[in-house]
Design a protein around this ligand. Structure first.
Ligand code: TYD
Length: 215
């Protein structure tokens, strides 16, 4: 099986991963502001979404009410959104030398569709390597969250749960293990942090890791 090479472009690609309610958007915002204050041009984005077609796919795959979506269709929808995102937004930014901060990337598909939906990590990885021309992040920050904690953080807001979020805790437990396995297999490209820590502390740990990675 092919393993993609580092992208070799002048920019920096940082992905934030983790279960629902892990605090990825809070960390993405903090990171965006800190890097921008340091003089970098930062593209903050998220998946599914990030392009007009990706946003359409996002509502199709996440909103309730589109009828049953089988696991392979679901995996292809996330991969299609990602392919548009990589080719229209992420690669152009990396070629310009920008920093891309992206909430969720391929690991989310491996965890949710590969493990959660039972499609298998390897086939979901290969589908996504094809969709993205093998583009991988320089650093993936995994915010590790226990399903019960993630659920209580999410439901403390007013937003209704989407199709994936409303899956039972066992589904989210398997996703948590899948993320941790991915990180354990490639420790040099991952930073794993407990999502239960204070947002500011997590943010400082991310900045320290980045300083080390780019030194
Ligand atoms: P997101 O908006 O990031 O949710 P949250 O902010 O609550 O973490 O992601 C939406 C949902 O889509 C989330 O439940 C995870 C799911 N998802 C997949 O199943 N596969 C994927 O490849 C991606 C990117 C997301």
């Amino acid at each position: 099986m092919t393993t993609p090479l580092p992208h070799g472009l002048p920019g920096l690609f940082i992905a934030l991963e983790g279960g629902d309610g892990a605090g990825k958007s809070t960390q993405a915002a903090l990171l965006h502001d800190a890097l921008q204050a340091g003089g970098r041009t930062v593209v903050r984005t998220r998946e599914p979404g990030g392009t007009p077609i990706g946003e359409e796919l996002r509502s199709l795959v996440l909103d309730h009410g589109h009828g049953e979506i089988d696991a392979r269709t679901e995996a292809l929808m996330f991969a299609a959104s990602r392919s548009a995102h990589v080719h229209q937004v992420i690669l152009p930014a990396l070629r310009r030398g920008d920093v891309v901060v992206c909430a969720r990337y391929i690991d989310s598909s491996v965890a949710y569709q590969g493990t959660g939906r039972g499609l298998g990590a390897e086939s979901v990885l290969q589908l996504n390597f094809w969709a993205t021309d093998g583009l991988r992040p320089d650093l993936t920050v995994l915010l590790d969250v226990a399903p019960a904690e993630g659920r209580s953080r999410r439901t403390s807001g007013t937003v209704a749960e989407d199709r994936l979020e409303s899956e039972p805790d066992a589904f989210h437990t398997s996703i948590r293990s899948a993320f941790l396995e991915l990180a354990a297999a490639e420790p040099s490209r991952y930073l794993v942090l407990a999502a239960s820590g204070a947002a500011e502390e997590i943010h400082r740990a991310v900045l320290r890791a980045l300083a080390g990675a780019t030194a």
